[in-house]
Write a protein that binds this ligand. Sequence first.
Ligand code: FES
Length: 163
Amino acid sequence: MHIKTPNKPVSRRVLLFTLGGAELVALVSQFSNALFGYFKPRIQPGSFGGKVVAGKPLEFKKGTVSHVQEGHFYVSRLADGGYLALWQRCTHLGCTVPWRKDLNQFVCPCHSSIFNPQGEVVGGPAPRAMDMFPIELTAGQLVVDTGNPIARERFDPAQVFHT
Ligand code: FES
């Protein structure tokens, strides 16, 4: 059977083959879009895994530790005025380590590792200092790159960021 067109006849086989090919192209396109979406990083700007604005430098008083929840880190402003961005994750088994202002220390609730404001281990089973993140000053704000944690054995003054 042939379907008549004004110019030339198209056989049913050719028509079905053409329609089937178009459907196949659409299906492959949908599949590749879904696959790309699945593997695409889901890091939102300003959230953990990306660059997070911590605040203006003078918002952090000397000798204080401030939690930046969306970035999963603490800004520890040391007595000399320098800054450290410390990942809140315990280096023992990964529990979240709260800051204890009353003790001037981080105390892990899981197995009682203790870290000082520089993130150094001062007690418990943690094998090394808290990991830190790079800090930069952008448009007058401290910006912390939470996509690049830095593992360290201990505190070193060269790790401190100064504006
Ligand atoms: S996970 Fe923090 S001390 Fe074990």
